[in-house]
Ligand binder design. Structure first.
Ligand code: ARG
Length: 455
């Protein structure tokens, strides 16, 4: 491609370090689409003849077919997808192929291809997350009134409902979708026509190519056009935060499926057995989702570090932007699908959850609240009263509900039989009717709101 100036070929090792075709072939469809848009624009602007333009567009269609049918002869010595496609085009249509690169550079070409690819990845991930939300909302609706222990510090804290817990993840995933939508809006500007870095003397129409490729507008600055990779970083940053959410849920599944908890049981479809221990049902998919978060965060870091030292405009370092992004897209696709499958399939062990909901004195706050409401006690004093009751129960290895009225009155004479009713976990959750609270009525409202907002 640069035979005019170069006599000798590259060293074998140079070819290996330089070639990106093994991974950037994934951009073939975007590359061809971008080239066809560029070509149509050149014809409209009178820069290319109709005949050459038609030959190029048709030739590129054939190249696409060859790639899709697996017949395309990818060649390492041609470095990347752009030169592989163009070289094949020349074989197919002859000299006219050489006119396609008028008023363009691989710098704006790759920036355009990659934006198109990431835009599709954003849309794909957004759709997958919608599916995950659908699974979470459906299970939340089933379990709007299923009580379970809520935790802080992984210590039993107060009873909540299982539906409420799942809806927390619907909120997180909603923010993930919001971040993807924000990233998409900023991504959707077209670098094509920035040329190598400075623009071009040819009378191109960047607004036309931008519109052809579904972009909102051309990028304003040609230097920025070829050197910006914020779109890739933003996609990976949104993915990394999402991966952290998936990992937290995965961690909960690992805990919940353990013999000590048994809150949920995963289906055969999403667990493995042990080759030695017949009783085992391991939550491998959840563990792997938790693990893969490391890659996603690592990939974001990798590109941040690649970009941090680069002067304007293009540097070859930027060729290393693709593998991290591809890995993030592939990893997230798998992780979201596996999580959606597990959530849809899991059996929720409502009896175990109910028994656990009351263990660990989780309704102690309810007694304190009763003292505040009924005895008009300051909350700090009420907290002390409830604490003394817990101590009393704990010393004799009993639950709060097992304390006799007289014993309770020994701690606080104002306590009546009424106070004992608030110790039931169902009462506890039903009473938490504040906006966003865990009362089943609230959870049903929130599930309905989430359904209409997100699905
Ligand atoms: N394969 C290159 C990349 O992905 C294409 C751009 C090459 N540009 C250049 N000036 N050598 O970044």
């Amino acid at each position: 491609m640069w035979g005019g100036r170069f006599a000798g070929g590259p060293a074998a090792i140079m070819q290996r370090i330089n070639a990106s075709i093994d991974f950037d072939r994934r951009l073939y469809a975007q590359d061809i689409r971008g080239s066809q848009a560029h070509c149509r624009m050149l014809v409209r602007q009178g820069i290319l003849t109709e005949a050459d333009g038609a030959a190029i567009v048709q030739g590129l269609d054939r190249v696409r077919q060859e790639i899709e049918s697996g017949d395309f002869p990818f060649r390492h010595e041609l470095e990347d997808i752009h030169m592989n496609v163009e070289a094949r085009l020349a074989e197919l249509i002859g000299e006219a192929a050489g006119r396609l690169h008028t008023a363009r550079s691989r710098n704006d070409q790759v920036a355009t291809d990659f934006r198109l690819w990431v835009r599709d990845a954003v849309d794909g991930m957004e759709g997958a997350l919608k599916g995950l939300q659908a699974a979470l909302i459906a299970r939340a609706e089933d379990h709007a009134a299923t009580v379970m222990p809520g935790f802080t510090h992984l210590q039993a804290a107060q009873p909540v409902t299982f539906g409420h817990h799942l809806l927390a993840y619907v909120e997180m995933v909603g923010r993930d979708r919001g971040r993807l939508a924000d990233a998409r809006a900023r991504l959707n500007e077209c670098p094509l026509g920035s040329a190598a870095l400075a623009g071009t003397p040819f009378p191109i129409d960047r607004h036309f190519t931008a519109a052809e490729l579904g972009f909102d507008r051309p990028m304003n600055n040609s230097l920025d056009g070829v050197s910006d990779r914020d779109f890739a970083l933003e996609f990976m940053a949104a993915a990394a935060i999402c991966a952290v959410h998936l990992s937290r849920l995965a961690e909960e599944l690992v805990i919940w499926t353990s013999a000590q908890f048994r809150f949920v049981t995963l289906s055969d479809a999403f667990t493995t057995g042990s080759s030695i221990m017949p009783q085992k049902r391991n939550p491998d998919a959840a563990e792997l989702i938790r693990a893969k978060t490391g890659r996603v965060i690592g990939d974001l870091n990798a590109l941040l570090i690649v970009m941090k030292g680069l002067p304007l405009a293009y540097s070859k370092d930027m060729q290393d932007d693709k593998e991290p992004v591809f890995e993030v897209a592939d990893t997230m696709e798998l992780a979201i699908a596996a999580m959606t499958g597990m959530i849809g399939d899991m059996t929720v062990n409502t009896d175990t959850l109910r028994a656990a909901a009351g263990a660990g004195y989780t309704t102690a706050t309810d007694i304190a609240d009763w003292c505040v409401r009924t005895l008009k006690m300051p909350f700090r004093r009420a907290h002390h009263v409830a604490g003394s009751l817990v101590k009393l129960a704990e010393q004799s290895g009993r639950d709060l509900a097992d304390l006799g009225l007289a014993e309770m009155q020994g701690v606080e004479p104002g306590i009546t039989e009424d106070a004992r009713a608030v110790l039931a976990v169902e009462h506890s959750v039903a009473s938490r009717t504040s906006f966003g609270g865990t009362a089943p009525a609230r959870v049903r409202e929130q599930a309905a709101a989430a359904r209409s907002r997100w699905l």
